[in-house]
Design a protein around this ligand. Structure first.
Ligand code: SF4
Length: 411
């Protein structure tokens, strides 16, 4: 399997900081300790008091490095700086390689674009029949709701539009987006994303979900959100009540490191789960953040404790300016190999590469088939032991069986 000492492990000083990853704690109020509880717990207060400037960052984080300072100065031309006070308090100020810090504080490396990097790595613009609606797969669409997020991830696949720092000027036209779906009966699954859909007001989100639910061929609604992680205060009972009215509705959250799963995040996820919403998680494999089997194991196990099923682990998309956060695919495969068989199957996500240019998600798995012939398949289990299973010829389905049981219109 090779050496599994990772860049993040080296950066975090080996095992010394692992203790506590599985514990649920609260980041507390930190520098905002004098703010009344009712304000701190108000999601709109958190949004109004986000850290958005170098001046704020220098005051709150005296250990800001020259690379971070230079990156922050330039961030507003690429992807804005934005961090909620709640999430900011998860940063370890004494650790330049803090996995929380690397996700949200800009660095100068973001201004360097590797030859293979792109502004639209998933080729979404080429599959947009109306502004804000991506129709790439046969039976489902991506419905972009907003270009705003509670905090901004420095590796965001959609950084060309999110935060509007580079002047994309996103203006979703919900009427046109909904009309397209209404006119396309093959669309049975609508994924709301952005930006973060849960930043809409309760009223606006309720209206949008109701409009989509009124389309008879829409079977499934999904929401992609990082709000339970960046802004758990937003998951109010009122919001849960609105979401509950639009089942079947699934939510995919986005968590990369076990420290993001705090007491507050767990409570928010439990409120969503109690509203009957199946929860999945999408992680991005990031250098010095989670490119370590022990970090990933703690993350996926902790997610299950929050009633969230790990869904995808993404190889970092080829978004411009993200090379410093990218790991090798080999590293991702090593991590997957350390999960499968070593922990609960429900905890094991599918490792995927979103094929550059719009090819869609391609699963990448360690090799478990050693040999496959007409009469046997040789398998390697998670411990590296080999096992043999007999192969049998496929026999055609008898014509009479096909006619009575499978042919359209016969039942
Ligand atoms: S929350 Fe999602 S859309 Fe927003 S910046 Fe992060 S990755 Fe991008």
């Amino acid at each position: 399997m090779g050496s599994l000492t990772s860049s993040s492990e080296k950066a975090e000083g080996g095992g010394s900081r692992r203790a506590g990853w599985k514990e649920f704690t609260s980041p507390g109020r930190g520098p905002w300790r004098d703010v009344p509880a009712e304000e701190w717990e108000d999601w709109r207060w958190q949004l109004r008091h986000r850290i958005t400037s170098l001046e704020q960052l220098e005051r709150l984080l005296p250990t800001l490095t020259p690379e971070e300072r230079a990156g922050t100065l330039l961030a507003n031309r690429k992807l804005a700086l934005g961090i909620t006070p709640y999430f900011f308090n998860l940063i370890d100020p004494s650790d330049e390689y803090c996995p929380i810090r690397r996700q949200v504080i800009p660095r100068i490396e973001e201004t360097r674009t590797a030859p293979w990097e792109m502004s639209d790595p998933c080729g979404e613009e080429a599959h947009m029949p109306v502004p804000g609606l991506v129709h790439r797969y046969p039976d489902r669409v991506l419905f972009l709701v907003t270009d705003r997020c509670a905090s901004y991830c420095r590796y965001c696949t959609r950084s060309r539009m999110v935060s509007n720092a580079s002047g994309y000027d996103f203006h979703p036209q919900f009427d046109r987006q909904i009309d397209y779906i209404r006119r396309h009966p093959e669309v049975r699954d609508v994924l709301l994303s952005g930006g973060d859909p849960l930043l809409l007001s309760d009223e606006k989100l309720g209206e949008l979900l109701s409009a989509l639910r009124s389309i008879p061929h829409v079977e499934l609604l999904r929401i992609g959100t990082r709000i339970p992680i960046f802004l758990p205060q937003r998951i109010t009972p009122g919001l849960c009540e609105i979401l509950r009215r639009h089942h079947p509705l699934f939510i995919s959250v986005h968590t990369n490191h076990p420290r993001e799963l705090t007491l507050e995040a767990r409570a928010a996820l439990e409120r969503l789960a109690d509203a009957g919403i199946p929860l999945g998680n999408q992680s991005v494999l990031l250098r010095h953040v989670n490119d370590d089997p022990e970090v990933m194991l703690a993350l996926v196990q902790k997610l299950l404790m929050c009633r969230v099923r790990p869904y995808y682990l993404y190889q970092c998309d080829l978004i411009a300016g993200s090379a410093h956060l990218r790991t090798s695919v080999r590293r991702g495969l090593e991590i997957m190999q350390r999960l499968r068989g070593f922990t609960t199957g429900y905890a094991v996500p599918t490792y995927v590469i979103d094929a550059p240019g719009g090819g869609g998600k391609v699963p990448i798995t360690p090799e478990y088939v050693v040999e496959h012939t007409d009469d046997r398949i040789v398998l390697r289990n998670y411990l590296g032991e080999w096992y043999e299973y007999p192969e049998v010829p496929d026999s055609p389905v008898p014509a009479v069986h096909r006619a009575t049981c499978c042919a359209p219109g016969t039942v």
